[in-house]
Design a protein around this ligand. Structure first.
Ligand code: ATP
Length: 290
């Protein structure tokens, strides 16, 4: 069994659009204990199945493309990959990328002649922007399209995260184009003083000061997603009312999360939010995968 952990964006800044159409971004990424489970066994042909009917089986699944790429490069026998989904799909938690990275890790672990981390990292970059981080896991400063990773440590005790996943899908391509449109209308936005990016310059030393991070958390997508999807704004307000250390949104949503310094406070918040009708997950940060 291979675990595929969800990621949280502890802040996310989308920078300018590149020549290749992708946007450069900068943010602090964290893997958490919410995870899909992948089971891989030899089979006559490559097949990917999934417990969640909303997630495509077969070639539409990013895990399929990861397996196809690995099997081609390593020249090993086909597999049947079954994904027991726990991470809500299209929720800003990087579930597809986590599954793809878990396939690469799992197949290489089972190989008689493993290709090694360097080859897996190269394949991860070909599969998608979030796959290199999913392969590495832990805490990292992520830049570029997602391929520039600086592993980080925390200066303080681990915290608890309460994830609230409103039942609404946010199309990532729409979120980027909406952000571009707003920036065309307000071109000075990117050059305004930016405490989150100033903070990120300090973490290049390798250590994250959590208390400082909580005071500057910022996700560029959050205001526009909350305007377009009122349920996300309601989830955010409900989280704020539980008195977390900080709260924010992951990726382009719709998942919003609160941060708590002890289990009791996190449990109390999770219970209240569930009673309000939201799907809620309580989780902890995870160390790197390798
Ligand atoms: P993104 O920002 O890339 O859209 P996300 O983290 O919001 O990612 P994912 O759970 O990765 O969301 O799902 C994004 C899309 O990818 C979904 O529409 C889903 O149908 C498709 N998909 C392909 N493979 C998978 C997979 N293994 N798990 C979840 N979704 C997958």
């Amino acid at each position: 069994m291979e675990s595929a952990r969800a990621k949280l964006n502890l802040g996310l800044r989308v920078l300018s659009q590149r020549q290749d159409g992708f946007h450069d971004l900068i943010g602090l990424f964290q893997t958490v204990s919410l995870a899909d489970r992948l089971y891989m066994r030899p089979a006559r042909r490559l097949e990917v199945t999934c417990s969640d009917p909303a997630v495509p089986p077969g070639p539409g699944n990013l895990a399929y493309r990861a397996a196809e790429l690995y099997l081609r490069e390593a020249g090993t026998t086909p597999r049947h990959v079954h994904i027991e989904k726990a991470i809500p799909a299209a929720a800003g938690l990087g579930g597809g990328s986590a599954d793809a990275a878990a396939v690469l890790r799992g197949l290489d672990r089972a190989a008689s002649r493993p290709l090694g981390l360097g080859a897996l990292t190269r394949m991860a970059g070909q599969l998608g922007s979030d796959v290199p981080f999913a392969l590495q896991g832990g805490t990292a400063l992520v830049e570029g399209r997602g391929e520039r990773l600086l592993p980080l440590r925390w200066s303080t005790e681990p915290v608890w995260y309460v994830l609230v996943c409103p039942r609404v899908r946010v199309d990532t391509a729409w979120a980027y184009s909406e952000l571009d449109r707003q920036r065309r209308d307000h071109p000075n936005g990117l050059s305004e003083p930016d405490p989150y990016r100033t903070f990120l310059e300090h973490v290049r030393g390798g250590l994250v000061d959590a208390n400082r991070l909580w005071s500057v958390l910022h996700n560029d997508f959050q205001p526009l997603v909350e305007r377009a999807k009122p349920i996300v704004a309601r989830a955010s307000q409900s989280l704020a009312a539980t008195d977390p250390l900080a709260h924010s949104m992951s990726g382009s949503g719709a998942t919003v999360f609160g941060i708590y310094d002890d289990r009791t406070a996190a449990n109390r918040a999770a219970r209240g939010l569930r009673e309000a009708g939201f799907p809620v997950f309580l989780c902890t940060p995870c160390p790197p995968s390798q």
